[in-house]
Design a protein around this ligand. Sequence first.
Ligand code: SF4
Ligand code: SF4
Length: 218
Amino acid sequence: MKREKQTECLRCGTCCQKGGPALHGQDLHLVRSGQLPLDDLITIRRGELAYSPLSDRIEPVLQELVKIRGTGQDWCCCYYVPAGIGCSIYGSRPMACGVLKCWQPEETLALVGQDLLSRLDILEEGDPHRLLVEEYERLCPCPDMREVEKKLIDPTENILRSLEMQVNTDLSFRDRMVQEFNLSLTEELFLFGRPLFQLLQTFGVVVSESSQGLRLTI
Ligand code: SF4
Ligand code: SF4
């Protein structure tokens, strides 16, 4: 039987369940007005691995992006309500959601990498959190996770210890900032993205605690 060609959104929610959208320049007013609180955003830093709709592959992110966070460990957009309800912020959903047509993806593909909002675009001039973001990037830049993944196929002891040092520098910076600025976990995920040890866990690295900090094994 011939399948009818899709011509409109069926509001099935599949796109929302795959993950929240990246924010673009046109969405800045939603953040600044509080319609999209910082608590609901997560930063994906340059170097992290993420799905690229252009190549249809998982690739290192070349340019930082800020997107709507998922729910718990799941990437399903935190504003998606199942059981036929759908988007709980439909009238103020980000631009990328408004243009998404899964049956005709050209418009969405044209947006990839264009006019993306970064943390420093979102935080206003004079916001003290800007300094934390800058200091974090200086001390703990995210490595190219594709290169890290390759090294971890058959890692030497030196590679593991070097990553361990980066993991512990990352964690101690976060701990210090959380205490000094009383940051919640959601604020931390916006300001600093996911901690390096979590990114490494996706490659099968086992993280355990020791008296010297976190310890990595394969
Ligand atoms: S754009 Fe496509 S995947 Fe998303 S809700 Fe509409 S029909 Fe479903
Ligand atoms: S903001 Fe709304 S439309 Fe956009 S992904 Fe989330 S639930 Fe879906």
